[in-house]
Design a protein around this ligand. Sequence first.
Ligand code: NCD
Ligand code: ZN
Length: 343
Amino acid sequence: MDKLTISQPDDWHLHVRTGSILRTVIAHTARQFGRAIIMPNLKPPVTMVDQALAYRQEILEALPADAAFQPLMTLYLTASTPLDEIKKVADSEFVHAFKLYPAGATTNSDAGVADIEAAFGLFAAMEKYGVPLLIHGEVTDAEHDIFDREKIFIDTKLNKITAQFPALRIVLEHLTTQEAVQFVEAAADNVGATITPQHLLYNRNAILAGGIRPHYYCLPILKREQHRLALLQAATSGNPKFFLGTDSAPHLTSLKENSCGCAGCYSAHAALELYAEAFEQAGKLDKLEGFASFFGADFYGLPRNTATVTLEKSAWQVPDVYGSLDAEITPLRAGEHLPWRLV
Ligand code: NCD
Ligand code: ZN
């Protein structure tokens, strides 16, 4: 196959930041996707509906003039989120979910939840009002090996959450392990999951073999090949619980190429192309449309997009950097050729 037309996709997990980074990255996403779930881990975090509405406005103003893209906002859950705010999200047209960051798990997660069980009252309200809880599923205790953090989170935290709140709508974000795939497959239909392009295309060798490659460093960290294969199988299975979420997470090049480099891969410049490459490797290009364009919208109870996009087999070279001097971002696969191109 050298041409593929599918319904316009959406990105169910995206970081766009603010200011000059936002202005650099937002056109890349708007070119590909109809909508995106916007992560709230700004500094300070987006914790209240009013802040989310102001952030939404900033994103809309940064869009190219002809873009029809819609940002779908989320709130950052903290130990002091007021119960009232959950009802406000349920009633809001523009805010769609809460994001749970275990404190210290990732970029800008210091204000996250340290004691997850102390948040159970908030989960009860989300369950009652049907507000989705998006979960960064990693434990943060220093004694755990970084490669085991997702599995231990599932065993010690997530199982308790789903047992206590069987009707809570949960998205386990950016799956990285076979155990996470098995958890989601076995869970009720109100539990879904996003999968990133980097976790479908790479295993942990990408970060460490032949030198330290900071642009492949994201959280949860890339795992062994057996896990990549399990994710690829899940994404290409046609199971509607698994849908597209790039976790495109721009950081300045200087902060990635650093003795303590930031976590996050920037993939919005070529997101759909990267997924197409992974699906083609699995011989499952026919499953891309469900994963990219249908299952996420269905999970969130939003209409499917009616426009279409076309991918063509025609190699192109990814630039070394995007942005201006004050916001230079090194994209995933910088300088390399990608086989698929969005036309
Ligand atoms: C994300 C970021 O930079 O905001 N980083 C990452 O490695 N994925 C945060 C996150 O989603 O964990
Ligand atoms: Zn993320």
